[in-house]
Write a protein that binds this ligand. Structure first.
Ligand code: FRU
Length: 497
């Protein structure tokens, strides 16, 4: 063999070994989106167009900690498998590219369209680091970019910013939608302790309509990443949902997603009541918003971390993942409306053969290659119970229901490495919303996360953890008279090659 050939052969081997390793490192999520390398936070610009789900995200390609923000980009045709794309938006002289949204401008109101094809428009927050250093209030403004090739490449609008800062230090994360009755765009913007609505006919000039929330909802921190959409309830009622992420001040400390149910009339939002509702009551779902242009489906995705420790979790080459995309419904429970979330049905594409577990057996050895699986359980009479997932390092994650407090809980205190932050080990529990006797539970486990959907998704909780090895055993403690009518285990195949 010639020397040139040997070098070529060795290079191929190295490349092969590397490809094998990427996305299979310790703690690397196997069924969730995470960036190939470096820092990621909020999902941004989620829009569905031409059979493609776009996911942009807050991205710092220079390190595994937060830094000057770009929009990273990935696409999917099934919400499960993701293709990594080049960075979509880079910082410029107006600042870093903070969170925002994207829409399809079907009527070409912006004039950005070309050859009769509607443009995609992204709207984001410019965060000016120079103004920030000078301690000015007008650090953040809104900018626009558009795409004439279905979201592949983006041009920034030459007239940026389209919305100047009126002197509010937190003025960011625009979520825009078409409001058909008024034939106009509505922007929902997080403005410190509330949201402010703006309207526009052409996406370029914006008029302030009203604000909402200064006196309503949770106020333990600043409001960020809002969303607004209409949804039909299970009883046929039409309602508007307003999402306002908050940091800190979440139910488990740090960041979380709250929402309101009410009405929006093109000018202002009115909440039905004063109840504080959490879209995900766990410790690790944040900045969650929904895809635009998905017809009657309402698809939600959140960042699977918490600002309390996001920068110091023990992953090496990348930081953070997104939740499983979730489909949301509005359901009525004891005369009030709540959102219920479920993992999208597309997860079926990576589901292996479901095994019905003998509910009386209580101990099960599992053999999952990717470390990812789904457990489903049904009961007609909910009583205290717990399910323990463990490995041979004596690490365990415990998930269950506590009758005395009427609470769902996740205990990650012995689920692996946790010493990196004093804020990490907390009892994660939340009051049950459902009033009925029976219950169902879906648990989605990945290499370093658990997502719990209880009572048809009325209670949803997400939590991350860092075990030395994947879990290989499940045990059910139902000593308090809890009866399972059905318990099943479904292995989930890695979405990464
Ligand atoms: C939420 C957030 C947004 C902001 C972005 C910056 O996590 O603070 O309000 O636009 O992250 O990366």
């Amino acid at each position: 063999m010639k020397i040139g050939r040997i070098v070529f052969f060795v290079l191929l081997m190295v490349k092969g070994a590397y490809a094998q390793k990427a996305y299979h490192e310790q703690y690397r999520p196997q069924i969730h989106f995470s960036p190939p390398a470096h820092w990621m936070n909020d999902p941004n610009g989620m829009v569905y167009y031409g059979g493609v789900y776009h996911l942009f995200y807050q991205y710092y390609p220079g390190a595994t900690v937060w830094g000057p923000m770009h929009w990273g980009h990935a696409t999917s045709t099934d919400l499960v498998h993701w293709k990594n794309k080049p960075v979509a938006l880079y910082p410029d002289s107006l600042g870093y590219i903070f969170s925002g949204s994207a829409v399809v401008d079907f009527h070409n109101t912006s004039g950005f369209g070309k050859n009769g094809h509607p443009p995609l428009i992204a709207i984001f927050t410019y965060h000016d680091p120079i103004k920030e250093k000078a301690h000015r209030l007008d650090v953040q403004s809104q900018g626009v970019a558009y795409s004439n090739d279905g979201g592949n490449s983006w041009k920034k609008y030459s007239g940026n910013p389209v919305l100047q800062n009126p002197g509010i230090s937190d003025f960011r994360d625009p979520k825009v939608q078409w409001y058909e009755p008024g034939k106009m765009w509505i922007m929902t913007l997080a403005t410190k302790d509330r949201v402010t609505f703006y309207s526009s006919k052409d996406f370029k000039s914006w008029v302030r309509e009203s604000d909402f929330g200064a006196q309503t909802g949770a106020h333990g921190g600043v409001w960020e990443c809002p969303d607004l959409f209409k949804i039909s309830a299970s009883d046929g009622a039409e309602k508007w949902v307003l999402i306002a992420n908050i940091n800190p001040g979440g139910p488990q400390g740090g960041s979380a997603t709250q929402y309101f149910i009410g009405n929006f009339n093109g000018n202002n939002f009115q909440a039905d009541d004063n109840e504080i509702r959490w879209l995900d009551a766990g410790s690790d779902e944040y900045a969650g918003v929904t895809w635009s242009n998905t017809g009657n489906r309402r698809l939600f995705l959140g960042w699977m971390s918490n600002w309390d420790y996001a920068n110091i979790v023990p992953t090496k080459i990348w930081r953070s993942a997104m939740t499983i995309p979730r489909e949301m419904k509005l359901v009525k429970e004891a005369s009030q409306y709540y959102l219920a979330s479920k993992p999208v049905k597309e997860l079926g594409a990576i589901s292996g053969k479901t095994i019905i577990l003998n509910a009386k057996q209580h101990q099960y050895g599992i053999n999952t290659h990717s470390g990812s699986f789904m457990l489903k359980l049904k009961t007609t009479q909910l009583k205290s119970f717990s399910i323990t997932f463990s490995n041979d390092r004596k690490e365990k994650l415990v998930v269950g229901f506590d009758d005395s407090g009427n609470q769902w809980f996740i205990d990650r205190s012995r689920a692996g490495e946790s010493g990196f932050s004093n804020n990490f080990v907390r009892k994660i529990a939340t009051n049950r919303i459902a009033k009925i006797q029976g219950s169902d539970l879906t648990i989605v486990i990945d290499a370093s996360s658990v997502e719990l959907f209880a009572d048809g998704g009325l209670t949803t909780m997400t939590s991350i953890f860092f075990p030395a090895k994947p879990f290989s055993a499940i045990s059910l403690d139902a000593s308090q008279g809890f009866q399972t009518s059905r318990l099943s285990y479904t292995p989930l195949k890695s979405i990464w090659p």
